[in-house]
Design a protein around this ligand. Structure first.
Ligand SMILES: Cc1cc2nc3c(=O)[nH]c(=O)nc-3n(C[C@H](O)[C@H](O)[C@H](O)COP(=O)(O)OP(=O)(O)OC[C@H]3O[C@@H](n4cnc5c(N)ncnc54)[C@H](O)[C@@H]3O)c2cc1C
Length: 400
């Protein structure tokens, strides 16, 4: 099997590389701008050149390029290597925007997509509640139509980036008498209003990346209902599809493996580089086997996408496997930095692999990745039921 890209695509890769060499990082006077401003300028140029927001029409602020999965992959690969910014902050560009493209009204698309893609309007995702995570359809936060406004009461939790967000897209129970899945609506709600209280949660890394969000008579207008009233469950499915696609991708896993090998070459174990130790080599070899299989499984998903076929449970399998490998690598990295990991503060995600803290972050973060966007157990249930044809999960059946 020849897995190389064709000449046409290699030429495209050279074009992307040349664009990056000319445009990122910014230089001269522009390098003095804040990082957020630099990223916004770069993104505007990348959209102008047709590299970002490709699936979005120009009238909504995108670059309106013909769908080409391989070009999309090349862009992600080269932007990743150059550490150039892809999407603006928040969950808006990756989750809400595709959902609006599928279910939003024309007015919503024109009002919300352009500022979200520019990073001027930042969204967080309000799905999980204290009693509703895996069993998301049991959400209890209520939305009641009073006059021409929806009034919202309840609590969300684990809301990433809620402190920084201008708005939240969220699931609320709007039809209390309807069956579980049919009683939910999908809203966009202003976070900067008196009825919204954001309380940061302290994580084991010391960060407060996510929050509890309390709604006490918060309000949103009827034009912020996405899809029809009571059909929020269907609308939310498209958001989750995009979330699963973004977690645990094969390229990120392969890059992390390279960093792990770099660490093993540079850290000492009993007076010699750790990579010369038989046990370390065995563990690295085992991980590399998973990394390569995951890459090929990624190609299966890519082939389906390129042929516009539904990849089915492959997406779920890739999420599960990708996060499992992330855990194995985090554990080996932490073992290699040894006692240094006990005192090192967690550092920036994806930071210098030779800094102990980056493996503390990877180790802790790998556990979070196995929960975010649907836990590993839930992925196993989906694979069991949809790919292997096993009977439905008893707990899920009895909570319908
Ligand atoms: C880093 C991170 C960021 C997040 N960001 C957001 C965000 O921005 N917005 C948001 O809304 N949510 C967010 N979440 C929350 C995330 O979606 C939930 O944590 C996740 O859906 C699991 O829900 P839960 O925490 O309530 O756990 P539970 O659903 O209570 O699960 C607890 C345990 O039981 C297992 N379990 C549950 N049901 C079953 C079953 N049927 N079969 C087998 N095992 C089962 C689970 O696998 C898990 O091990 C984030 C989570 C993380 C880790």
């Amino acid at each position: 099997m020849d897995l190389r890209f064709s000449e046409e695509y290699e030429a495209y890769r050279s074009e992307v590389k040349a664009f990056l060499a000319d445009n990122w990082p910014l230089e001269g006077e522009e390098a003095k701008l804040t990082l957020t401003e630099q990223q916004a300028r770069f993104r505007a140029r990348a959209i102008g050149a047709g590299y970002l927001a490709r699936a979005i029409l120009r009238k909504y602020g995108g670059s309106e390029q013909p769908a080409d999965v391989l070009k999309g992959l090349i862009i992600r690969q080269e932007f990743g290597k150059a550490q150039a910014p892809l999407d603006p902050a928040g969950n808006g560009p990756t989750m809400l925007v595709p959902t609006l493209l599928e279910h939003g009204t024309e007015e919503q698309k024109e009002r919300i997509i352009p500022p979200t893609m520019k990073g001027e309007l930042v969204f967080c995702q309000g799905y999980s509640e204290p009693g509703s995570g895996s069993d998301l359809a049991s959400v209890q936060t209520r939305a009641e139509l009073v006059g021409d406004e929806w009034v919202i009461n309840g609590q969300k939790t684990w809301t990433s980036g809620a402190k920084q967000a201008d708005m939240i897209f969220m699931l609320c129970r709007s039809e209390p008498d309807a069956p579980k899945h049919a009683g939910i609506s999908y809203f966009m709600v202003d976070m900067r209003q008196p009825g919204v209280d954001v309380r940061p949660l302290k994580q084991m890394s010391g960060d407060s990346h996510f929050n509890e969000v309390f709604f006490d008579d918060a309000r949103t207008t009827t034009d912020n209902l996405v899809g029809k009233r009571g059909e929020g469950w269907i609308v939310s499915r498209s958001t989750l599809k995009h979330e699963r696609n973004t977690v645990g991708n094969a390229q990120g896993v392969a890059m992390l493996f390279e960093r792990l090998v770099m660490l093993a070459k540079n850290v000492d174990l009993e007076g010699r580089p750790a990579i010369q130790d038989a046990t370390v080599r065995e563990r690295l070899g085992e991980i590399e086997g998973y990394v390569r299989s995951h890459e090929y499984s990624g190609y299966r998903q890519l082939t389906c996408d390129a042929r516009r076929q539904d990849p089915g449970p492959v997406v779920t399998m890739n999420k599960l496997v990708g996060t499992n490998i992330g855990k194995m690598m985090g554990k080996l990295g932490l073992d290699l930095v040894g006692d240094g990991g006990l005192s090192a503060p967690a550092s920036r995600w994806g930071g210098d692999p030779l800094v102990s803290g980056s493996w503390v972050t990877q180790f802790m973060g790998s556990h979070a990745q196995a929960i975010a966007g649907g836990t590993s157990n839930i992925q196993r249930n989906i694979i069991g039921e949809r790919a292997l044809g096993l009977p439905r999960d008893w707990a899920a059946q009895s909570s319908k």
